[in-house]
Design a protein around this ligand. Structure first.
Ligand SMILES: [Cu+2]
Length: 298
């Protein structure tokens, strides 16, 4: 019910004020880096060590599976041509070949050990949460994200610009485009850009505590190599250290209901000075606003 009230309030706000109230918290001049592009073949650019690790692991495994596929295809072709009925009318009748059987057991084990030797350290690096410079709590709701800057005692909700975009029609109306532009985006970023964004300083370790308030959501940011389920009643942690200033887009990545596609995530990675300035304004802007959940201070 609380969410419905919030949603109806938000819709009223949209119709009443096309220019978003967040304008004074805008950070201009940031390059949009983390977004999908037309005809994209690979991943979004990696701006954290973890994301780079994931790309490297993907490349390693791509090489391995390509070699295996070529090898198996060559074997099939060799057998089909060399041992077909015309070229090899009398088929061999043996059923076992011990050296070959040992080889096809040992070689896959070695391949798996090789993959494990690369993937396990990467997995540990993702899962071992370092000391945080900044802790943010992200709560998934149907269908928006709430953020709490737990060190600084404020929080805010983050809705897609143009939400709710349900109904199967193109909801990229002129009003929504105007809102996107007022917030510093283009219509290309419809379905990705949010009214408020998570703002973080560049090169700092950010720990994100992730939970859900109603159903399971997932907080995912491709350019950071981060994807963490938001499970009601549980507090999960993930972390990243973004090395490049810019705007990055992510999506809820756990099917959470009919507006699942309309709860994107926008993160702005900014210089330390710009972050300090934003933090001052954000504290003033959000002071006194009812917090989505109790704020724990460190
Ligand atoms: Cu979802």
């Amino acid at each position: 019910m609380k969410h419905l009230l919030k949603l109806s309030g938000l819709m009223a706000a949209f119709s009443a004020a096309p220019v978003w109230a967040q304008e004074n918290l805008r950070i201009d001049g940031l390059e949009i880096i983390g977004e999908p592009v037309d005809a994209q073949m690979g991943f979004q650019p990696a701006v954290t060590r973890v994301a780079q690790d994931i790309h490297d692991l993907d490349y390693l495994i791509l090489v391995i599976i390509t070699l295996i596929t070529l090898f198996v295809t060559a074997l099939i072709l060799w057998v089909a041509f060399r041992y077909n009925k015309k070229r090899n009318p009398t088929a061999a009748s043996f059923t076992h070949h011990t050296p070959v059987e040992i080889a096809w057991t040992i070689v896959p084990i070695l391949i798996l050990v090789l993959i494990g030797a690369y993937s396990l350290p990467i997995l540990f690096r993702q899962q071992e949460i370092p000391q945080a410079d900044l802790t943010i709590k992200a709560t998934g709701n149907q269908w928006y994200w709430s953020y709490e800057y737990v060190d600084d005692g404020f929080g805010f909700d983050s809705y897609m610009i143009g939400a709710p975009a349900l109904g199967g029609e193109n909801r990229k109306t002129p009003e929504v485009i105007a809102e996107l532009e007022a917030a510093g985006y283009t219509e290309q970023q419809f379905l990705l850009a949010t009214d408020t964004s998570v703002v973080i300083p560049v090169g700092k370790t950010i720990v994100v505590q992730v939970t859900g308030s109603d159903v399971i959501h997932a907080w995912a940011m491709p350019a950071f190599g981060v994807k963490q389920d938001a499970v009601p009643g549980r507090l999960a942690e993930t972390w990243f250290k973004a090395e490049k200033e810019g705007v990055y887009f992510g999506q809820c990545s756990e099917l959470c209901g009919n507006a699942h596609a309309y709860m994107p995530i926008t993160v702005k990675v900014v210089s330390e000075a710009a972050y300090a300035e934003w933090l001052g304004k954000a504290k003033a802007e959000y002071a006194g606003i009812a917090q989505p959940l109790t704020v724990a201070s460190k």
